[in-house]
Design a protein around this ligand. Structure first.
Ligand SMILES: Cc1cc2nc3c(=O)[nH]c(=O)nc-3n(C[C@H](O)[C@H](O)[C@H](O)COP(=O)(O)OP(=O)(O)OC[C@H]3O[C@@H](n4cnc5c(N)ncnc54)[C@H](O)[C@@H]3O)c2cc1C
Ligand SMILES: Cc1cc2nc3c(=O)[nH]c(=O)nc-3n(C[C@H](O)[C@H](O)[C@H](O)COP(=O)(O)O)c2cc1C
Length: 650
């Protein structure tokens, strides 16, 4: 399918783009602690430029150390950063992409470490900085003075000058997500009494002053983009009507394009949507705002927010809802996405499913990773090299680990045989896509299946591998990716017919009775609880931990917990499932026990590695590897990473 509109060249002011695909800004955690460009960041950018994207907007780069949201943010604070920045621009240009830097000030979200515990904000808060988990501890927030505002305006101007001097094609102002510029725009946050607060003119003055200061340094011809949170998503926050007027004003002031995001990074109260929407939000979640702004201005509009399907992206352009499509996670998952669109290989695109691993790693102060793309941040080490000689590789298990190792080994020239005892490939990923709002996982499963089929791997479904079969096959390399089985508690009464596992529920092999206790409050426990509550069951989660869903990425978790609350799911924490007695489940906490009435007990107590095959092997193999959950039950992220790694070393 030819997606002409997406592939059309387009211009933002004087900047000519080879297509309409924009890589949106993404903090990566790949810079040094001083915010310097590293090989890792350069490789990440180069890989995306090579993949055919039209414009790359780099991660947010604080204009001032105090405004740094992360300790490893790309910095544009001093002229001594220009050579490093120039090397980024060069790698993008080498492959025909244009590149901009997003400049920002973190405001109340500045890292307490960077701001020395006192973040600067449009308005004073009696509370602490909001971005604690990512910024490294707690800090306080204070209102900046009018004099400081004037200084910060100048630092934006100077940063833009550096960006231009470093050879970039454009610069973006981060005016979104609750950071400093957005704080001023927001009627909720900005309660200043000076000329930078109050009415619309006061609240927009900071953004306008910044734009003017930047324009003065970079001249008329250099494109400036503004990222807006069109809908803040919190009560009394910035709404679309205000945002349309802000865009009109900035257009009049000589802005070249608007990048329409939404949301704020505040965590309390829960906003309608976060700036980084997880898979529980629909595709194109911010699209209506982009369209409203597009109808109000003449300058180009970039739409962003879970636009991870190229056909959908093309449709948005054809319908005139935006001029350019912004993708962030889609290009993390597959840097070659634009080239694959151009060569009409849509099925070969590894999709972003909105799993949030990238943000989870970032929020836990690690460089970004990706569920499906193990090569992110390892572009150089993981570059595929042909094997020196072709081997016969047998992979046992057609879950994500098995399919990934098979895929990589086949690409390197090995002959690969993939065995799966089930009648279909996918392993636990087939279960993972069953709970509400997790259908997107199916996209990753379908990609892996389609790839192992395309690469000519010899696939044997419905065959349980035994030691004898291995003797017959005599492989050079044997990879065990046999996954895991659900863990059943060893408690009195566990043989009762009222007990089943979360896996049984999700694969539909049991008829679940009305009143359910789910034992276990991890990812699977919470998800199966929601699955059952949505079907009308009365559900209680009994978790031994002090909180449920602790292993879930924080944005996904917050919205999941809210939905569980809305569905009336009862949550018992610090609660142990003790035994089953006379058709009742006995729960216990801190020495006391009680009988909880229910019809069904659903086990969601983790999994145990399935290594039965090891015992039946007749001999050892020099080329033998166990990967994924068979090594230790964790997640598909580790399973795919291990498949990707072992596929490269055999
Ligand atoms: C409900 C649920 C939700 C989940 N959600 C997520 C999520 O959102 N994100 C995430 O990252 N992870 C999630 N996980 C975990 C993730 O699915 C697993 O960690 C991952 O699938 C492990 O991959 P694997 O390939 O190692 O094993 P598996 O996926 O278990 O695959 C192993 C395969 O080996 C086959 N097999 C076993 N023995 C043999 C044999 N002798 N011969 C032939 N075939 C054999 C099995 O039939 C199976 O298909 C979820 C899991 C569940 C159950
Ligand atoms: C890992 C990660 C880091 C991000 N960092 C930034 C950032 O530095 N500046 C910004 O404006 N948005 C940032 N975003 C938001 C993205 O630019 C984008 O708006 C959002 O992810 C939605 O687009 P997507 O669905 O295509 O990923 C980040 C998103 C991710 C996933």
């Amino acid at each position: 399918m030819r997606l002409e509109k997406l592939l059309e060249p387009f211009s933002i002011g004087t900047m000519k783009l080879r297509n309409r695909i924009v890589m949106c800004p993404m903090a990566t955690g790949y810079c040094s602690e001083l915010g310097e460009v590293t090989d890792k960041l350069r490789d990440f950018i180069e890989e995306r430029a090579r993949g055919g994207v039209g414009l790359i907007i780099t991660e947010m780069a604080p204009v001032h150390g105090f405004g740094s949201t992360k300790y490893t943010s790309l910095m544009v604070e001093h002229d001594d950063r220009i050579p490093g920045l120039r090397s980024l621009a060069e790698v993008a240009h080498r492959h025909g992409a244009k590149i901009a830097v997003q400049i920002c000030h973190g405001g109340r979200f500045a890292s307490p470490r960077a701001s020395h515990g006192m973040a600067q904000s449009a308005s004073g808060f009696s509370g602490k900085t909001q971005w604690d988990s990512s910024s490294g501890g707690e800090g306080l927030v204070r209102e900046i003075s009018t004099e400081e505002i004037e200084q910060i305006v100048e630092t934006f101007g100077e940063a833009a000058r550096r960006v231009k001097e470093a050879g970039f094609d454009s610069v973006e102002i981060h005016g979104a997500h609750g950071l400093l510029v957005h704080e001023f725009l927001s009627p909720l946050v900005n309660n200043r009494k000076d000329r930078y607060g109050g009415d619309f003119a006061g609240r927009t003055r900071f953004a306008v002053d910044i734009l003017r200061a930047m324009r003065k340094r970079v001249g008329k011809e250099f494109p400036i983009i503004f990222r807006i949170s069109a809908e803040e998503g919190v009560e009394k926050g910035q709404g679309i009507k205000d945002s349309v007027e802000i865009c009109r004003l900035l257009e009049k002031e000589g802005l070249d394009a608007i990048d329409v995001s939404s949301g704020t990074a505040v965590t309390d109260p829960l906003p309608d949507f976060p700036p980084f929407p997880p898979m529980c939000f629909p595709r194109g979640v911010f699209l209506n705002s982009a369209q409203a702004i597009k109808e109000a201005v003449k300058i180009p509009v970039i739409a962003v927010g879970r636009i991870n399907d190229p056909v959908f992206a093309n449709e948005i352009l054809l319908q005139g809802k935006a001029d350019l499509i912004g993708m962030a996670r889609g290009l993390v998952a597959d840097p070659e996405l634009p080239n694959k669109i151009a060569s009409e290989k849509l099925k070969e695109i590894r999709p972003c499913v909105g799993c949030m691993i990238c943000l989870h790693t970032l929020f836990t102060r690690r460089p970004i990773e990706c569920l499906g793309n193990a090569a992110v941040g390892r572009e150089r080490q993981f570059a595929l090299k042909k094997a020196s000689h072709a081997k016969k590789v047998v992979v046992v298990g057609g879950g994500p680990a098995g399919m990934e190792v098979a895929r990589i080994a086949a690409q390197r020239g090995h002959r690969v045989l993939l065995y799966e005892k089930d009648d279909r490939l996918g392993g636990q990923l087939n279960l993972a896509s069953m709970p509400p709002y997790k259908l997107e996982i199916r996209g990753l499963t379908e990609f892996l299946i389609s790839e192992v089929q395309r690469l000519g791997i010899e696939i044997h479904c419905g065959v349980e591998v035994t030691g004898d079969l291995i003797e017959t096959e005599r492989p050079d390399e044997l990879i065990l990716a046999t996954g895991a089985t659900p863990r059943i508690l060893e408690i009195p009464g566990i043989d009762s017919d009222m007990v089943c596992t979360a896996w049984d529920v999700l694969n539909g092999s049991v008829e679940v009775r009305n009143k359910v206790i789910v034992a276990g409050g991890g990812t699977v426990g919470c998800e199966v609880a929601e699955h059952l509550a949505e079907k009308g069951h009365v559900v209680t989660i009994a978790s031994q931990s002090a909180a449920i869903g602790k292993d879930i990425e924080q944005n996904t978790r917050r919205y999941l917990l809210k939905r569980l609350g809305d569905l009336g799911v009862t949550v018992l924490t610090n609660t142990k499932t003790m035994k089953i007695e006379n058709g009742n489940v006995i729960l216990g906490t801190y020495g006391s026990q009680w009988s909880a009435q229910c019809d069904q007990l659903v086990m969601a107590k983790g999994a145990l590695p399935d290594r039965k095959l090891v015992g039946s092997l007749k001999r050892s193999f020099p080329g033998f590897f166990i990967i994924g959950d068979a090594l230790e039950p964790r997640s598909a992220h580790e399973a795919i990473y291990e498949g990707a790694r072992i596929g490269r070393v055999i």
